[in-house]
Design a protein around this ligand. Structure first.
Ligand SMILES: Cc1ncc(Cc2c([C@H](C)O)sc(CCOP(=O)(O)OP(=O)(O)O)c2C)c(N)n1
Ligand SMILES: [Mg+2]
Length: 541
């Protein structure tokens, strides 16, 4: 088997379902073998940031490896921002970059696509991945591939493989099968006993779930754990969409001062808050009213558990959840579902202008009629509006907060899951990567896209109203849809919005774009509370 065939087999054994990519001369031989082998479908897009976002979304939704393949230099450096976001949000994207051949690298000439030195790219990706390898030696290649891919799976972080173009056809031995790092069962048991004791002695135990629960495929087990313990479970902002459809005492999404006050009291007043796979970041906790003392919580993240001032190393989340399940017994009154306010419904189809909450109501009504759809949301008020949409699978840059994610992630999501995806994107973010919709016809997918067009970088204006640079022009996106192979409708009233959503949902084949015109300055209540909370907690500037 040649090096690429062995790599493809190893990727497939570890759950990869496709490769997103854009070739270049340093990667043409790699892409040729991928296409000829047919082992993993190859989906090309138009700009490398989209390749990274699509691979990231595929990894998140399927809970396995996503794969982004690019050419050296110009292609790979275009991917850096998406991979940095995947690292920050613990998404296991495998970056595969073509590279100059081992001999041509010694020619003494500066090579095209070379940034600084021939090692610069490797060093850049070493900063935003958890493992790396340059596959320039046939003897070590199988073990190197296994080491890097197993690190991606175990740590749920991106990894980097660089393949000199003269190595792709070299025969190598088979790659060792997937292997999880060993862990000390006694340590896991002792840790689980300590957590159970903490929960049993508490008056208001609460579980909070976030990205690692999805990344390690633990949603069903965590839902079962919450049921057996009979304690409420909440998601963090980043964890929104987790446990959607699961039978769990889900109380809602914690948003601190920007969210439901009763839910904030439940979390901030808990004397045993167990954070399962929760990233301790500002968007998850930045708007806490300061009442949340993280030193009193139990934090299980990145393969260790912190409880008060104790740290238990080598405690992988899957093994911990299983140990807790073995010990779980009813602990308290479940205050979950009774607390979760129903998502707002009943879009009023009148001649009033459209606000973000109208879009949330329209989508919830649509889900009631046609069933829920997975959502890919971009950064901007569309993501805050998603907090008012019924719990469903949601991929979004909730912590890294990079724009441009939404459309490519929605494309990756539908290709990875086969389910039609709802994409929520602002006009500013659409200007960045929305044009990737032009690939939907060739890829055979038909996402439903809602553009929140307020002709503005409105989230920035919410923080700094005096700045005129937040004003954007009106790009009339719906009119461009047909040129890109889809169809679009621009709507300015709630009646038109209701009609357009129903038309788009009922029509299949080709992407459908609903351009919702929102008056400048009109934002979701969640974004308003988030901005007010951040400014209050940060104090006067
Ligand atoms: C790649 C990139 N560039 C810049 C930013 C900064 C930024 C925001 C975050 C705070 O950093 S929110 C925002 C405006 C978003 O505009 P739009 O997509 O139209 O959505 P909305 O009008 O709903 O705000 C920008 C420019 C970013 N997050 N990501
Ligand atoms: Mg906008």
């Amino acid at each position: 088997m040649n090096l690429v065939e062995a790599l493809l087999q190893a990727l497939e054994e570890r759950g990869a379902g496709e490769i997103f990519g854009i070739p270049g001369d340093f990667a043409l031989p790699f892409f040729r073998i991928v296409e000829e082998s047919g082992r993993l479908p190859l989906f090309t897009l138009s700009h490398e940031p989209a390749v990274g976002f699509a691979a990231d979304a595929a990894a998140r939704l399927r809970g396995t490896l996503g794969v982004a393949a690019v050419t050296y230099g110009a292609g790979a450096f275009n991917l850096v921002n998406a991979v940095a976001g995947a690292y920050a949000e613990k998404s296991p994207v495998v970056v595969i970059s073509g590279a100059p051949g081992t001999r041509e690298g010694r020619s003494g000439l500066l090579l095209h696509h070379q940034g600084k030195t021939l090692d610069t790219q490797y060093r850049v990706f070493a900063e935003i991945t958890c493992a790396q390898a340059r596959l320039d030696d046939a003897a070590s290649a199988p073990a190197e591939i296994a080491r890097v891919l197993d690190a991606a799976a175990a740590q749920s972080r991106p990894v980097y493989l660089e393949i000199p173009r003269d190595m792709v056809g070299v025969e190598i031995g088979s790659v060792p099968p997937p292997r999880r790092p060993p862990c000390d069962a006694e340590a896991v048991a002792a840790c689980a006993d300590a957590i159970m004791a903490r929960l049993a002695s508490a008056t208001q135990p609460v579980l909070m779930v976030d990205v690692e629960v999805r990344r390690f495929g633990l949603e069903a087990r965590v839902a079962e754990l919450a049921r057996r313990l009979a304690v409420p479970v909440v998601t963090s902002f980043m964890g929104r969409g987790l446990l959607a459809g699961a039978d769990a005492p889900l109380a809602g999404t914690y948003l601190g001062v920007a969210g439901d006050p009763a839910l904030a009291d439940l979390v901030e007043g808990s004397d045993a808050l167990v954070l399962l796979g929760v990233i301790l970041c500002d968007t998850n906790f930045g708007v806490s009213a300061g009442r949340l003392d993280l030193r009193r919580t139990v934090q299980a993240l990145d393969g260790q558990v912190a409880m008060g001032f104790h740290v238990w190393p080598g405690i992988p989340l899957p093994e911990l959840v299983d140990a807790l399940l073995q010990r779980a017994r009813p602990l308290g009154a479940t205050r979950g579902p009774a607390m979760r306010p129903a998502a707002p419904r009943g879009l009023v189809a009148d001649e009033a202008p459209i606000g973000p909450m109208d879009i949330a109501r329209g989508i919830n009504d649509l889900f009631d009629r046609h069933g829920p759809m997975p959502i890919a949301a971009d950064t901007g008020d569309c993501l805050f509006t998603a907090m008012d949409i019924e719990h469903t699978d949601l991929v979004a840059p909730g912590y890294y907060a990079g724009m441009g994610f939404g459309v490519p992630a929605g494309i990756g999501a539908q290709l990875a899951t086969g389910r039609r995806t709802l994409i929520l994107v602002g006009d500013g973010a659409f200007q960045m990567t929305g044009w990737e919709l032009g690939n939907c016809r060739r890829l055979g997918i038909d996402p439903l896209v809602i553009v929140f067009n307020n002709r503005s970088w409105e989230m920035l204006r919410a923080f700094q109203p005096q700045s005129r640079f937040n004003d954007l022009d009106d790009w009339r996106f719906a009119e461009a849809a047909a040129a890109l192979g889809g169809s679009g409708r621009r709507v300015a009233t709630r009646r038109e919005l209701a009609e357009a959503l129903e038309e788009a949902a009922a029509a299949r084949g080709g992407f459908r774009l609903v351009e919702a015109m929102i008056p400048r300055g009109v934002v979701s209540a969640t974004l308003e509370r988030f901005v007010e909370g951040v400014q209050r907690l940060q104090g006067p500037r």
